[in-house]
Design a protein around this ligand. Structure first.
Ligand code: CP
Length: 311
């Protein structure tokens, strides 16, 4: 991602200024209801299930005056064996301005970006990245901690807990939060929070009780059962790594609880904590449309500019 990229595929490797620009644009989009993308069609290509991301991209596109078409794996020619890139090129040929892609293949959004001329936004590709979720989380955290003017997260310590290895949300959040200056610690059993995560710029801990009392926000992750994540006994997992009511009570005063959703209540997070005073879960959802508006605006405008300069 750069300031003028027609694609948003990942946060990792992005310049902090480019992330800040998108966050500032998202902040300013909150009250926007315009026609910036009137006449543009956005295609949601969702080959994996979604509620939050898909709906918020649709809401975002509509708030910008764009029209939206939806395609999913089931009910499209993907179910007959058509490849991701053939599907994307087919939809693009109908005059679509941007493709919003969710797929099970890590790197799938990048493959599509290499095959088309329109803008491509990664809405979650396998275990790779989910960049607009991380931007949504960063905007929410900035609002909650009074850092919405400069998005400087220096001095914040954030825990990401659970199935980090399988999580595209974790990968995008580690990149985004550390670029904004936060300290990040991933916590979980070795299979889910391997020491190799340290190469991404975060710390790794096995001690949820120590972590929970020493951070400014705890970001819980869903166990990715559909990606073959195994937790052994659910009760033991909850006892060791769950954000239980008791652990929630041991958090620092003013510390926040986050979860990108969907949640496994009673497993990685207790319902009382998910719905409690510290919870930002619904505020994360609220931030979604304005972040997706900023992403669509940035990528579609960059795409138009590159088409114009190419003559
Ligand atoms: N957080 C997230 O990506 O949720 P959905 O799968 O519902 O889009």
């Amino acid at each position: 991602m750069s300031g003028s990229s027609r694609h948003l595929l990942q946060i990792r490797g992005s310049h902090p200024d480019a992330i800040r620009r998108l966050l500032a644009s998202a902040r300013d989009c909150s009250a926007l209801m315009g026609d910036e993308l009137a006449g543009t069609t956005i295609a949601n290509l969702f080959f994996e299930d979604s509620t939050r991301t898909r709906v918020s991209f649709t809401v975002a596109a509509q708030r910008l005056g764009a029209s939206v078409v939806d395609l999913s794996g089931k009910g499209s020619s993907v179910s007959k064996g058509e490849s991701l890139t053939d599907t994307a090129r087919t939809v693009e040929a109908m005059g679509v301005g941007a493709l919003v892609v969710r797929c099970a293949q890590s790197g799938g959004a990048g493959l599509i970006a290499n095959a088309v001329s329109c803008a491509v936004i990664n809405a979650g590709d396998g275990r790779h990245e989910h960049p607009t979720q991380a931007l949504t989380d960063a905007l929410t955290l900035a609002r909650a901690t009074g850092r919405e003017s400069d998005f400087d997260f220096s001095g914040l310590r954030i825990a990401i807990v659970g199935d980090c290895a399988a999580s595209r949300v974790a990968r995008s959040n580690i990149a985004c939060l550390t670029a904004m200056g936060a300290e990040v610690v991933c916590c979980g059993p070795p299979s889910m929070a391997p020491g190799s995560l340290e190469s991404l710029g975060c710390a790794v801990s096995r001690d949820m009780d120590e972590v929970v009392g020493s951070v400014d926000a705890v970001m819980m992750l869903r166990i990715q059962f559909e990606r073959s994540s195994s937790i052994g006994s659910p009760r033991e997992y909850r006892d060791r790594y769950g954000l239980t009511r008791e652990r929630g009570e041991r958090m620092r005063p003013g510390a926040w609880v986050m979860h990108p959703g969907p949640m496994n209540r009673g497993l990685e997070i207790d319902g009382e904590v998910a719905d409690g005073d510290r919870s930002l879960v619904l505020r994360q959802v609220e931030s979604g449309p304005s972040v997706r508006m900023a992403a669509l605006l940035s990528c579609v405008k960059a795409c138009r500019e590159s088409c114009t300069s190419a003559g």
